[in-house]
Design a protein around this ligand. Structure first.
Ligand code: KIV
Length: 271
């Protein structure tokens, strides 16, 4: 697809209209200028500067170590690369859980220092006050229910959430609460497809699924997983569209061979 810089900017209102008209919303993660530029030009609706940067950019085992300063660094790089899509920035672990004043202060730092368009945070009823306060300050908030990786040490595993009745009922209730609190969309991560379908129908704001089946209003994947930059992570829900890992490995090996054998640079590649 050709450069798409003339196209109309995507806003939270656009996403709402897409849900109403039945057009699926596309979201991918990005953490730097160059990939953000590529993904935006390709026509994506939303870029998520996810705290998955902690895993795929910094090599941590979980999303917990990444800091607010680091998220702001990634988000400001992404913002310089895009011209059309909506950019959502994760509030990292520890930047909003303690109280709603701290949550608002963190959200304001993201908006002021990175230029991001909105924030995302994980959880339901327990973070409702923070969501309300951030929304009241004019900052659009995306919720995140189901598997919430910042709570991995509470869950113990990354398996499918809300399979049992109690947890499914809590998720149904949380989705309604998030809608009432003013969230513009909700990520549903790794929950049964039938539950995601039911929740998507029961609320008026868009749901964006990851491992939550095809009846969410949109889909999100981690860019490094779908492009095959990381190839170790292969959950059932992932469709890998490329194998950059193998292609880049071959390219690097060819470069090494060319330098060692005095093939590179040749006479046309020098001054
Ligand atoms: O951080 C992230 O990449 C996310 C997505 C998995 C939704 O939160």
């Amino acid at each position: 697809m050709s450069e798409n810089t003339e196209a109309k900017k995507v806003t939270t209102h656009t996403l709402q209209m897409m849900k109403t008209s039945g057009e699926k919303i596309t979201m991918l993660t990005a953490y730097d200028y160059s990939f953000a530029k590529l993904i935006d030009s390709a026509g994506i609706d939303v870029i998520l500067v996810g705290d998955s940067a902690s895993n795929v950019m910094a090599g941590h085992e979980t999303t917990l170590p990444i800091t607010l300063d680091q998220m702001i660094y990634h988000a400001s790089s992404v913002i310089r690369g895009i011209s059309r899509c909506l950019v959502v920035v994760d509030l990292p672990f520890g930047s909003y859980q303690s109280n709603s004043d701290i949550a608002l202060a963190s959200a304001i730092r993201i908006m002021k220092e990175s230029g991001g368009h909105s924030i995302k945070l994980e959880g339901g009823e327990e973070v409702l006050d923070s969501i309300k306060k951030i929304v009241s300050a004019g900052i659009p908030v995306m919720g995140h229910l189901g598997l919430t990786p910042q709570s991995i040490y509470k869950f113990g595993t990354y398996t499918v959430r809300a399979k049992e009745t109690d947890e499914a009922n809590k998720l149904r209730k949380d989705a309604k609460l998030l809608e009432e609190a003013g969230c513009f969309a909700i990520v549903l991560e790794k929950i049964p497809a039938v539950l995601a379908k039911e929740v998507s129908k029961s609320i008026s704001i868009p749901t964006i699924g990851i491992g939550a089946g095809g009846d969410c209003d949109g889909q999100v994947l981690v860019m490094h997983d779908m492009l095959g930059i990381n190839t170790e992570f292969k959950p059932r829900f992932l469709r890998q569209y490329l194998n950059i890992h193998d292609q880049a490995t071959k390219a690097v090996q060819q470069y090494i061979q060319d330098v060692k054998s005095n093939d590179f640079p040749n006479v046309h590649e020098q001054y």
